[in-house]
Ligand binder design. Structure first.
Ligand code: HEC
Length: 120
């Protein structure tokens, strides 16, 4: 039984990292971003927040690629909901991140939503 679950987990991991990109993206390279028009109205405020806060140290492209591929480009770690949460906490602890707990929470929820959308 344990083996079967491990196998199932492995298959999920492989297929999710090979998953076709379903979220809409605009621009290339440094200008790459999620297509704002593809963001649902309820997530717009969080999207605006992310667009302001998460481009201080690197471009949005890094976040877009992470969501699309399910893999964080720098460390090569899987980029799933668990990773998003851990990353949010990591960001919060960065001395000059200029974000509070509520803002991180909103962005984590948005990224979780984008990960879901990408799986569709
Ligand atoms: C204070 C500077 C700073 C801010 C603000 C910042 N980042 Fe980062 N980010 C980094 C650095 C530095 C790295 C390189 C790896 C690391 O330290 O995790 C990184 C890496 C990443 C990665 C790739 C992680 C990996 O393991 O490959 C993602 C995705 C990411 N950032 C998303 C975001 C999001 C989303 C936000 C807004 C909530 C954000 N970043 C805000 C500095 C920042």
């Amino acid at each position: 039984m344990k083996r079967l679950m491990l196998l199932a987990a492995l298959i999920t991991l492989v297929t999710s990292s090979l998953a076709e990109a379903r979220i809409k993206v605009k621009g290339r390279g440094d200008n790459m971003n999620f297509d704002p028009e593809s963001i649902e109205a309820t997530f717009r405020p969080a999207f605006d927040l992310m667009s302001r806060k998460c481009i201080k140290c690197h471009t949005m492209g890094r976040t877009v690629i992470s969501v699309q591929t399910g893999r964080a480009p720098i460390t090569g770690q899987p980029f799933n909901k668990q990773a998003v949460k851990a990353y949010g906490i990591k960001m919060l602890r960065k001395p000059n991140s200029d974000m509070n707990k509520q803002e991180i929470r909103d962005i984590v929820l948005l990224l979780n939503h984008l990960l879901d959308e990408n799986m569709k």
